[in-house]
Design a protein around this ligand. Structure first.
Ligand code: 4AZ
Length: 363
C-alpha cells in the first residue's frame, strides 16, 4: 500500500544520518533498520532499484513506493502504487540512502501506463491481479553520472522463467519500507513513531534487502485462499517466515540469478500480502514473465488503447527549481483523492523544512 508520511513531513523534515547513530544507543530494543529482518544494501548492490516520490522535494519524506529500471527511460512498478491520480510523480535513481541528496537523480515521470486488467476492486477474489504499471521518464537516467550506482535490469520471459525458477529458488527483495508490521504490532509502531530516531528505524533511509525463496502460494505451507492467487502472481517467503517485504516496499523488484549465472534478472514486483513475515502467509509478487510482451510493446512505443494511461502529468511549478539548485517552493499541487491530505501536511512541513535548511546554511 502507498505509504503517506504526512505526520512525518511535519516532524522529521531535515533529519540527517547522525540521528541514526543516536538510535543505536537510544535504548530501543534491537531496532536495527531492516526490510523485515533485512540487511543494509551497499550503494551498488541494487542499481536497478528506484524510489517513487511524490509531494515533497525531500527524498526521504517523498518516497512512498519503489520501481525497477528496465531501460534508461522506463521503470516498472506495481499498478497499486500509481492507480490513484498522482501529480508530480518523480523517480529517485542512483542512491541507496535517501538522505544522500547529492548523488540522487530525481527525474519526472511523464507517462504512467497501468495494465488494462489491473484489478483493484476489493470485492473480487482476485484483488491485485495484474498489479503492474510502467513509468516513462521525461529524461533518461544518466548512467555515466551514476557509475555503478545505476543500471537497468532484464526481466524474465515465460521461457527464461522456466529455466531460472524452480520451487525454492532463492530470490532477492529490497526496499525502503517498514521494518515492523504496523498492522500486527501497532504498539511497537507507536513506540517507534514517538521519536525521530524511532521513525528512522521504522522506515529506514538506507535501502534494505533480504533473501527469500520462491514457492507456490498454494502449497501446504500457505494459508492464502486459492482464489486470491492467480497465475500472474509468484509467492515467496524466507525460511520460517523470518524476513519479508512490508508496507512501503511495494513496487520494488524481486530478482533471481540469471539462468547463465551472470547477475540478477527481474522475476517479480512486490505486490501484496497478509501483514509482513506472518507464518504461513508468503508475500505475493506480480509475476513479471506474464507481461513480457506487454512491456516490450510499450517500451517500443506500441501502446494499446486498452491501457490506462496518464500523460502530461503536471510537474511544472513545484519541481521547476529542484535540479539544481534545490530550492523548495510551496506551490505543491496534489493529485486529489487521498493525496489531498498531502497538500495540507506539505505546506506546514515545507515551511519547517525551509526554516531548518536556512538554519543549517546559517551555521
Ligand atoms: C504493502 O502494503 C505490502 N509482506 C507489501 C508487501 C507485503 C505486505 C504489504 C508482503 O506495501
Amino acid at each position: 500500500m502507498i505509504m503517506k508520511h504526512v505526520a512525518c513531513v511535519l516532524v522529521c523534515a531535515g533529519l540527517s544520518s547522525p540521528l541514526l547513530h543516536a538510535a543505536g544507543s537510544s535504548g530501543l530494543p534491537d531496532a536495527r533498520p531492516k526490510i523485515i529482518n533485512g540487511t543494509a544494501a551497499t550503494d551498488t548492490q541494487f542499481p536497478w532499484q528506484v524510489g517513487l516520490m511524490v509531494g515533497s522535494t525531500d527524498l526521504y519524506q517523498g518516497q512512498f513506493c519503489s520501481g525497477t529500471l528496465i531501460d534508461a527511460r522506463w521503470v516498472v512498478t506495481a499498478a497499486h502504487c500509481v492507480s490513484t491520480p498522482i501529480a508530480n510523480l518523480h523517480i529517485i535513481a542512483g542512491v541507496s540512502n535517501l538522505l544522500d541528496e547529492a548523488d540522487a537523480q530525481v527525474i519526472a515521470v511523464d507517462q504512467i501506463i497501468i495494465h488494462p486488467q489491473y484489478d483493484d476492486s476489493s470485492q473480487s477474489a482476485n484483488t491485485n491481479n495484474h498489479d503492474i504499471a510502467l513509468l516513462r521518464l521525461r529524461t533518461p537516467v544518466d548512467f555515466i553520472r551514476c557509475g555503478q550506482r545505476c543500471s537497468k535490469i532484464d526481466w524474465l520471459s515465460t521461457q527464461t522463467e522456466a529455466n531460472s525458477i524452480v520451487r525454492g529458488t532463492p530470490a532477492l527483495i529490497n526496499g525502503w519500507g517498514r521494518t515492523v508490521d504496523c498492522q500486527t504490532n501497532p504498539q511497537r509502531c507507536d513506540e517507534l513513531r514517538s521519536s525521530s530516531a524511532g521513525r528512522l528505524l521504522l522506515s529506514p533511509p538506507q535501502l534494505q534487502w533480504a533473501t527469500v525463496n520462491i514457492d507456490g502460494c498454494l502449497s501446504g505451507t500457505s494459508q492464502h485462499f486459492p482464489n486470491d492467487i492467480t497465475p500472474n502472481m509468484l509467492c515467496a517467503a524466507a525460511p520460517r517466515f523470518t524476513a519479508d517485504s512490508c508496507q512501503g516496499d511495494s513496487g520494488s523488484g524481486m530478482t533471481v540469478t540469471a539462468a547463465d549465472g551472470r547477475g540478477q534478472v527481474l522475476a517479480g514486483i512486490t505486490s501484496w500480502g497478509r501483514g509482513c513475515a506472518q507464518a504461513n502467509y508468503p508475500a505475493v509478487y506480480t509475476r513479471v514473465s506474464r507481461y513480457d510482451q506487454w512491456i516490450n510493446d510499450r517500451i517500443a512505443g506500441r501502446p494499446s488503447s486498452a491501457d490506462r494511461q496518464v500523460s502530461d502529468v503536471d510537474n511544472s511549478a513545484f519541481w521547476r527549481d529542484l535540479n539544481p539548485p534545490r530550492v523548495v517552493n510551496n506551490t505543491a499541487s496534489s493529485g486529489g483523492g487521498s493525496l489531498g491530505l498531502w497538500g495540507l501536511g506539505l505546506l506546514a512541513g515545507l515551511g519547517l523544512l525551509r526554516q531548518q535548511r536556512a538554519k543549517k546554511h546559517a551555521e
